[in-house]
Write a protein that binds this ligand. Structure first.
Ligand code: 13P
Length: 254
């Protein structure tokens, strides 16, 4: 049985006070909205991670994660945060390979493979993001782009290691643009990803893999996306900053 997850990526939004208030609303709301095995993961800015992780300790279905971690264990890397530091806050997840990190911070597949290793070594579950740009979609290169992102970031893992990875397909052209991939477009890629995973890690590992959709997901389109066979939840940006919207998206997972 694969896990169903709605994850919120707050990006560089929310300070300590507003973050605590938003998180409390989400935890309380999730108690009512979640009826089954679904999980909620909130990824706030790292500086408030510890505070939120602590307040989620008693919650059985809400977890927290970081938006990034460094590939090294420790050392002279001013401003960086290691996977062990993230784990020490009681966070369980870390987003890696987000297109904003790839685009603005030059993160490539080689670096991301190292970050995945660091996260797994420290007991964090990576939410590994992949997705094509508009130009790559329009030139019909999206299958090959997705495949090379999978190969470069994850295909050095064993099937056992891969069991701790959550995947997120986030077409870059849909992030923060209000342009959502149609359920059919998203399903096509999710099925392709699962088929590639089956070739590499075996059918069972592929069947058990959680693959999230991200990119302008909102309360209005979440149900039609989540009802697709190979879509196991969402990675939510803008709509995760409003408790009501985020809870409505969580509800769409039922
Ligand atoms: P939006 O939901 O704001 O499009 O952002 C998606 C995203 O980047 C989540 O990681």
């Amino acid at each position: 049985m694969r896990k169903k997850i709605v994850a919120g990526n707050w990006k560089m939004n929310q300070d300590l006070e507003s973050g605590k208030a938003l998180f409390a609303e989400i935890v309380n709301g999730a108690k009512q909205e979640i009826t089954g095995e679904q999980l909620v993961v909130v990824c706030p800015p790292s500086i408030i991670l510890s505070e939120l992780a602590n307040s989620a300790k008693d919650s059985s279905n809400v977890f927290v994660g970081s938006q990034n971690c460094h590939q090294k264990d420790s050392g002279a890397y001013t401003g960086e945060i290691s996977a062990a530091m993230v784990k020490s806050t009681a966070a369980e997840y870390v987003i890696l390979g987000h297109s904003e990190r790839r685009q603005y911070f030059g993160e490539n597949e080689e670096l991301l493979a190292q970050k995945v290793d660091a996260a797994l070594k420290n007991g964090l579950k990576p939410i590994f993001c992949i997705g094509e740009t508009l130009e790559e979609r329009n030139s019909n290169r999206y299958f090959e782009v997705i495949k090379s992102q999978l190969e470069g970031g994850l295909f050095h893992l064993t099937a056992e290691q891969f069991a701790d990875i959550v995947l997120a397909y986030e077409p870059v052209w849909a992030i923060g643009t209000g342009l959502t991939a149609s359920p059919e477009q998203a399903q096509e890629i999710h099925a392709f990803i699962r088929a590639e995973l089956a070739k590499k890690f075996g059918q069972e590992a592929a069947d058990n893999a959680t693959i999230l959709y991200g990119g302008s997901c909102n309360p209005g389109n979440a149900s039609s996306l989540f009802s697709q066979q190979d879509i196991d939840g969402g990675l939510i940006g803008g709509a995760s900053l409003k408790a009501g919207d985020f809870l409505a998206i969580i509800k769409a997972l039922n």
